[in-house]
Design a protein around this ligand. Structure first.
Ligand SMILES: [Zn+2]
Length: 299
């Protein structure tokens, strides 16, 4: 899975850091991420490249001299916030949502970035996206409407007026492998970019345990009762602020599917040997499908 980046180590502890030489900058604009288009390996802007660009160019690509009073991006004071480190490499987020024009760089969909290599850079993109969305959507206090400030001690936005403290949002969600003998229930989503097989999935709702989420989601999507719910593993990245928790369970009573056609385009029982291997070791869904294919699901 994407988070499995050994021998590298991901350090998510927040501390106040000033951006400097050698640091990587992750930028987003209109929900797209800014990556090097000339290299096979996924790469972000270095601080040095950013400074050079800012000195040499303005937003339209024409060279400008500093201090001319030009109100372009080249004159702008950008604000960077420390995100995390992977080994010694520090990553910063450009907080402004502006369109940049660095040579060799392009804006890319997050969905396309996830298939790129190396994996640790994909992990960086996913986690940066999670934090970017959180910073972007919490610029103002939801209690009193004042502009929030970044806390210096921890990953928190704080309202200077009413003291409201806002922490990054992590939304628990489940992926469920429903088993009936040597078959597993596989689905395909309706109205989504992702066209391959998936498993039943959905978000936890207020007031329910995660096991109840499993039962409810299976009932809502395919109208089936399940039993013997057991936890497998989690996936800490996702494009919807989620923490995915993977479960296997057994079918309880009838195996007749009543599919929710608003959510799904297909729901069917698939034998172990017929499960496709997409050879894409990125997601928990794929890992759970392969685990079942190979008869290695937790009992
Ligand atoms: Zn407030």
């Amino acid at each position: 899975m994407i988070q499995e980046i050994k021998p590298r180590t991901f350090y998510n502890q927040f501390h106040e850091e000033r951006i400097g030489k050698g640091d990587s900058i992750i930028c987003f604009h209109n929900d797209l991420i800014y990556v090097n288009q000339e290299k096979n390996d996924l790469e972000y802007i270095s601080y040095e490249a950013f400074c050079t660009w800012q000195e040499e160019m303005n937003g339209t690509g024409k060279p400008v001299k500093k201090g001319t009073g030009d109100n372009s991006l080249a004159e702008k004071e950008f604000h960077f916030i420390y995100l995390f480190s992977i080994d010694e490499q520090k990553y910063f987020l450009l907080r402004e949502d502006v369109e940049l024009s660095l040579p060799g760089f392009t804006y890319c969909k997050m969905f396309d970035v996830r298939r790129r290599a190396p994996k640790y850079q994909v992990m960086a993109a996913s986690t940066a996206w999670h934090l970017y969305v959180w910073y972007r959507d919490n610029r103002f206090c939801g209690r009193c409407g004042q502009e929030t400030l970044e806390d210096r001690e921890e990953r928190m936005l704080k309202c200077p007026h009413c003291g409201n403290m806002i922490f990054p949002k992590v939304a628990p969600a489940v992926i469920v492998g429903v088993i009936d003998g040597d078959k597993i229930l596989m689905t395909k989503y309706a109205h989504r970019e992702y066209k391959r097989y998936a498993l039943i999935a959905g978000f936890n709702e207020i007031g329910e345990t995660i096991e109840e989420t499993v039962e409810r989601e299976v009932m809502e999507e395919v109208g089936l009762h399940v039993k013997h719910i057991r936890y497998y593993k989690s996936q800490p990245w996702g494009f919807d602020q989620n923490l995915l928790l993977g479960f296997f369970c057994e079918l309880d009573d009838s195996h007749k599917i009543h599919m929710d056609e608003k959510e799904l385009a297909l729901a069917e029982w698939v034998r172990r040997e017929d499960i496709p291997d997409y050879k894409e070791h990125l997601s928990l869904t794929h890992e759970m499908m392969q685990l079942f294919k190979n008869g290695k699901e937790p009992l």
